[in-house]
Design a protein around this ligand. Structure first.
Ligand code: PEP
Ligand code: MG
Length: 914
């Protein structure tokens, strides 16, 4: 039986590939990321210090049995011989010693989570050899005492403090401040003291035998796979426990062997901006730590061309080769030892969102990657961060250090905002409009009549509510950064202040709100502000994304038919939102919530009169007053979306939302009575009676949506007239209109049978009056589970479905969309009962199943049924992917999320390509 192969020299990549199959992901699994890349660099002729990798299979066998499996150590010994031959050095030699590092390296990067030991092979004897080689006795004894400390703590389990205490006492006695004050003799003396510590704490001498050092170090790295740090990290990042870590044994090279040596780190492109130029630092006659530690001022990488032109040229050629090979920007580490360049590491470089987009687009234009690869390289979150003002991470970290962090809530609408706090909409607006202040509106929750304050605010903070609360929905729609449900915020409206823990913040004081993460800070954090029009690379990338989705055969539907990918539409209530949505790339409006128009200050009294009317004639009169303004809003929408569909939803919320709250009215009535004020009292009392009469215990499940239209048809009749008159007027002006009328909250087809023909009749009447014809559709929202399970019946009448996943989630789970997030939902997520907040990311298993069923049943009856989504999930990348897979035609989201959705739609199309 042939012996298992546990050890792979860096030039044995072929054998690794033979063992696991020529799949890079599996090679990464066997050799770990670092080992696989060192072997790959060796294969393509990049100078890598000789070395080898002990595979993850070796680690797993060691972890299972608590000892090296048969053959492993012999293979290490023979690999070491090979390294000795390649380097011309000898392990532990007194004249020309080979030193090696022993580094962990798992399939996925787990920075700092496992152990590493450097300078293995250094002992009393080889230290002398190193002195001869480097002519730098101080460096050698510094390295030696570091090895004893590192080995002592990592391998022998001696607490670091044992060494640190000795070092600190020594420095204290000598009056030294920094390690750099230590002389060669000091370090020599410390080396001896460290050896004594090992003897005292561990019970035997620091091993002088190099192979014993290597063996123990290797075992320690294997064991560190199951160290607490590593396990915690794996839990947090979903890395499986059974992968194991590889161990890389690499011959040490030194950048501090004189002025013809050096060391550095570099990115092959600028990781901040993405610009195609090397970005990095180096130091001559220095070791790696010096570059990072900033003890000496580093040189910019460009300067290497002057100091060592040949090495610089070779380095640039290697970097170009690596980029070409890996098809991505690389982050490299290198060392020059006596004029010879060695590459110690390469990996795909981390980068900012801006740089990610530029690098992806540039590389596609350079034919280094395809356009599809470019699309997959950028995450929707990165696009998101490019479109909203942000706090950069350094600013936030500093603020946290200074104790400015206050609390966190639900990250309801992304972006960062800095402003002075005000506790009601009127003051927020006034301070902004009249005093030109940057304001943050702080409320327990918001209501439709707070919208003017929300619009005037730079940011919004609420102590109640969740991701689909009024504050969240409106804030996202208008792109106002918003944190909701920050329950630690205790708002004291009476004293115009809020208290968070021990911090009291009064009205007018500054706070900073991060709607991307949900964090809240006291004081003013600095902001960075972007704009889409200026981001040409992003526009290019999104153009490519649209191209992918537009391919007519990119997606295969359940019935086997091939179609294009998703379109991206927007939720927009006003013409200016529609214009923004279009400029962000939306090709339709998926939801216009018409009731928002009723809240305009000059319209609200008419709306209230209409609601409180006791006769149909009075109600009609009020509605006649509202009609012109609704019509002109719709005209604006059609004009902005010329040529694209506009879905207008008929009135949805319960009517009490348009009236003052009964508590407030009661308070006013009581005050008037106490003060003996009679003027206007009976009017107020009547109003109070009407409002109280409308009270419902469960308004979200009460008189709203289509029920309201059936109960009080005059409102929607007016709305239909306004929509069709607007469409006709705009058609006369040459605008290409495509109105789609959406009936909300349908639960049974009988509701549609009752209302829809009446509305269609009005639509036809208007077209006859205007002597015009244009295409239109009538459809419904699917937001009640009963509608989903009877979708086949409903599709008999409805020409389109739009999933209202806010309500559908609420009603499927039975969780209140207004309250759940501020109490039990957080606990549910912490306890793992729910993986994610279902109001932010679609619950594919439950709610999604209803959606899938609706599409299938609906299309059986009406094969060309248009299907979309207009709940908040329409802008969430994971939910968008799901919508693609169930065959929806489009997703609709707030204008600010349109670019994110365009990218996510293309990524879904590529991932699930037909
Ligand atoms: C929904 O329920 O998902 C929806 C879009 O309607 P609203 O949020 O207005 O209830
Ligand atoms: Mg709804």
């Amino acid at each position: 039986m042939s012996e298992n192969k546990w050890v792979y020299l860096f030039n044995e990549l072929n054998q690794a590939e033979k063992h696991v199959g020529k799949i890079w992901d599996k090679v990464l699994g066997l050799l770990g990321g670092k080992g696989a890349n060192l072997a790959e660099m060796t294969r393509i002729g990049v100078p890598v210090p000789p070395g080898f990798t002990i595979s993850t299979e070796g680690c797993n066998a060691y972890v299972a049995d608590g000892k090296f499996p048969d053959g492993l150590w012999d293979q290490v010994l023979s690999a070491m011989k090979n390294v000795e031959i390649k380097t011309g050095k000898k392990f532990g030699d007194a004249h020309n010693p080979l030193l090696v590092s022993c580094r962990s390296g798992a399939k996925f990067s787990m920075p700092g989570m496992m152990d590493t030991v450097l300078n293995i092979g250094l002992n009393d004897q080889s230290a002398l050899g190193m002195v001869k080689l480097t002519d730098n006795e101080r460096f050698v004894y510094d390295s030696y005492r570091r090895l004893i400390q590192m080995f002592g703590s990592v391998v022998l389990g001696i607490p670091d403090e044992a060494f640190e205490d000795i070092l600190n006492d020594y420095k204290h006695d000598k009056g030294f401040k920094a390690d750099t004050d230590l002389t060669m003799l000091d370090l020599k003396s410390l080396t001896e003291k460290f050896k004594t510590i090992v003897k005292k704490v561990y019970g035997s001498e620091f091993p002088q035998e190099p192979y014993e050092q290597l063996k123990l170090a290797t075992e320690a790295v294997f064991k560190s796979w199951n160290g607490k740090r590593a396990i915690d990290y794996r839990r947090a990042t979903n890395i499986p426990d059974d992968l194991g870590t590889a161990v890389n044994i690499v011959s040490m090279v030194f950048g501090n062997m004189g002025w013809d040596s050096g060391t550095g780190v570099a990115f092959t492109r600028d990781p901040q901006t993405g610009e195609k130029k090397m970005f990095g630092d180096y130091l001559l006659n220095a070791q790696g730590e010096d570059v990072v530690a900033g003890i000496r001022n580093t040189e910019k990488i460009e300067k290497l061309a002057e100091e060592m032109p040949n090495v610089s040229k070779q380095f640039l050629d290697i970097c170009a080769k690596l980029e070409k090979h890996y098809h991505d920007m690389q982050d490299v580490e290198f060392t020059i030892e006596r004029g010879k360049l060695w590459m110690l590491q390469t990996r795909n470089g981390k980068r900012t969102a801006r740089s990610a987009v530029k690098i992806a687009v540039d590389m596609a234009n350079e034919d280094l990657i395809t356009r599809e690869q470019a699309i997959m390289r950028v995450t929707p979150e990165q696009v998101d961060s490019l479109l909203h003002p942000q706090f950069d991470p350094v600013t936030k970290a500093t603020a946290k250090k200074k104790g400015f962090y206050l609390t966190s809530g639900v990250n309801a609408s992304p972006g960062a905002a800095v402003g002075q706090i005000y506790f009601d909409a009127d003051t927020t607006e006034k301070k902004n409009k009249e005093d030109k202040l940057d304001t943050i509106m702080v409320r327990p929750f918001t209501k439709p009549d707070d919208v003017h304050g929300m619009l005037a605010a730079k940011g919004i903070l609420t102590s109640e509510g969740g991701a689909t609360s009024h504050a969240a929905v409106v804030a996202r729609q208008f792109g106002v950064p918003c944190v909701v449900g920050a329950s630690a915020v205790k708002i004291d409206l009476e004293h115009r202040q809020m208290i968070i823990g021990d911090t009291l913040i009064k009205e007018g004081e500054w706070i900073s709100v991060d709607g991307t993460t949900g964090e809240v800070f006291t004081g003013k954090l600095s902001l960075t502000a972007p704009s889409l029009e200026e981001q040409t690379d992003l526009l290019t990338l999104l153009g490519w994304a649209d191209g992918i989705c537009a391919k007519p055969d990119i997606r295969k539907l359940a019935d086997g038919k091939k179609t294009r990918g998703l379109q991206v539409w927007a939720n927009a209530d006003y013409p200016k939102d529609a214009r923004r949505a279009r400029s962000y790339g939306a090709v339709g409006i998926g939801l216009c919530r018409t009731e928002h128009m009723f809240f305009e200050p000059e319209r609200l009294p008419v709306v209230q009169r209409m609601i409180l009317a006791t006769t149909s004639a009075d109600r009609k009169a009020a509605l006649d007053e509202l009609l012109p303004s609704q019509r002109s809003d719709f005209e604006g929408l059609f004009e902005a979306m010329d040529g694209y569909p506009v879905i207008i939803r008929l009135i949805d919320p319960p009517l009490h939302e348009f009236l003052p709250s009964p508590e407030k009215l009661l308070e006013e009535v009581v005050t008037m009575r106490v003060k003996g004020e009679t003027k206007g009292l009976s009017k107020k009392e009547n109003l109070l009676k009407s409002v109280q009469a409308m009270h419902e215990s469960n308004p979200m499940m009460g008189l709203r949506g289509v029920r309201l239209s059936i109960y009080m048809p005059e409102i929607v009749e007016m709305q239909i007239r306004a929509i069709f008159e607007a469409a006709a007027n705009m058609t006369q002006k040459g605008v290409h209109v495509k109105p789609e009328i959406m009936i909300p909250l349908t639960g049974t087809v009988k509701e549609l049978e009752w209302i829809q023909p009446r509305l269609v009749a009005i639509a036809k009447k208007v077209m006859t009056e205007k002597a015009l014809e244009f295409p239109y559709k009538f459809g419904t929202m699917i937001e009640i589970p009963r509608a989903a399970v009877t979708a086949g019946e409903i599709a008999g009448l409805a020409e389109f479905f739009s999933f209202g996943t806010n309500d559908l989630t609420q009603m499927t789970y039975g969780y209140s969309r207004d309250d759940a997030e501020r109490n039990f939902l957080v606990k549910y997520i912490e306890e793992g009962i729910l993986a994610k907040n279902p109001f932010q990311t679609l619950d594919q298993v439950g709610v999604g199943r209803l959606m899938k069923m609706s599409v299938e049943e609906g299309r059986k009856v009406r094969p060309d049924l248009e299907v979309g989504i207009c709940g908040e999930h329409g802008g969430d990348p994971a939910s968008i992917e799901f919508c693609h897979t169930i065959g929806q035609n489009y997703v609709s989201c707030s204008p600010f999320r349109v670019p994110i959705a365009r990218l996510a739609a293309a990524q879904a199309a590529i991932k699930h390509r037909a």
